[in-house]
Structure formats: structure tokens, C-alpha cells
Design a protein around this ligand. Structure first.
Ligand code: DAT
Ligand code: MG
Length: 140
């Protein structure tokens, strides 16, 4: 199995409820290492660039507004099959469909305010890590 890196975001609904530590424990319990982490305040424009792939979707404006509504914690997670493993730990996009024990099943408030983001493939992981972090900030 390959050691991978993936970009994770703890979203505003979770930072607002002080859930950063509980969510990080889920990653660490699954064998993912947090090798970079910072708390930032996105502007709506920055959120729009990050989520540009969704710009034609009806929820895009609401999504960008939400991501800029409170601070987020951006992270690089490293581990075996980190991209897929993180998606498993996160659970399905809609918390109503998320498996028991996943972050979204336990913490997410709705499909829009679903506590975490995780990259979905190796190419997007690379781009998304580069969007938030320089090489100097990532200590594997
Ligand atoms: P994921 O975050 O699981 O990769 P996605 O890439 O399809 O899901 O969508 C990105 C985010 O957009 C998602 O985390 C929350 C929001 N979103 C997706 N579908 C939505 C919907 N039907 N209504 C409102 N927000 C939605
Ligand atoms: Mg996605």
C-alpha cells in the first residue's frame, strides 16, 4: 500500500462547536498523521477558488458563504491510502447517509454543513495541499 497525503478541512460548523480535537482524534485513531495544520479565516472569494469545480452547482454560493462564515482548520493528513482512508473516516457527504462512527454521522449538521472536507483523488490532493501549504509548512 502506498503512503499518501491528503488535504483535510475542519469546516466552520465544527470549529464553531469546538470540535477540532474530537475530529483530530478520529483521524489519529484511523492511523492518519496530521503533518501540517493551521487555523485560518477564508474570504468568500478564496472559498470560491477552492470549490471552483462546483461553480455550476445550485449550492455553490451557499457553500462559499458558509466556508467563509467562521474560521476553518486546514490540514495535511499522511498515511497508507490516506485519501481513501480519510474519505472513509469522514463518511458520506450527506450525514443522513453516513456510516455509524464516521465524523459526519457523529458531528455534521446537514449536507451543506458537514464538518469536514477531504480530497477525493491523488491529483486533487496535490492541488489542494498546494492551495493552502508551502513545502516548509509540511513536516512529514
Ligand atoms: P464531499 O465534500 O463529500 O467531497 P462534494 O464534493 O460533492 O462532497 O460537495 C462539496 C461540498 O458541497 C459538500 O461537502 C457540501 C456541499 N454540498 C454538496 N452537495 C450539496 C447539496 N445537495 N446541498 C447543499 N450543499 C451541498
Ligand atoms: Mg468533494
Amino acid at each position: 500500500m502506498a503512503i499518501e497525503r491528503t488535504l483535510s478541512i475542519i469546516k466552520p460548523d465544527a470549529t464553531r462547536r469546538n470540535l477540532t480535537g474530537k475530529i483530530n482524534a478520529k483521524f489519529e485513531d484511523a492511523g492518519l498523521r496530521i503533518i501540517a495544520q493551521k487555523r485560518i479565516q477564508l474570504t468568500k472569494a478564496q472559498a470560491g477558488v477552492f470549490y471552483a469545480v462546483h461553480k455550476e452547482r445550485p449550492f455553490y454560493d451557499e457553500l462559499c458563504e458558509f466556508m467563509a462564515s467562521e474560521p476553518v482548520v486546514v490540514q495535511v493528513l499522511e498515511g497508507e491510502n490516506a485519501i481513501t482512508k480519510n474519505r472513509e473516516v469522514m463518511g458520506a457527504t450527506n450525514p443522513a447517509d453516513a456510516a455509524e462512527g464516521t465524523i459526519r454521522a457523529e458531528f455534521a449538521e446537514s449536507v451543506g454543513e458537514n464538518s469536514v472536507h477531504g480530497s477525493d483523488a491523488p491529483d486533487t490532493a496535490k492541488d489542494e495541499i498546494g492551495f493552502f501549504f508551502s513545502q516548509l509548512e509540511i513536516v512529514g
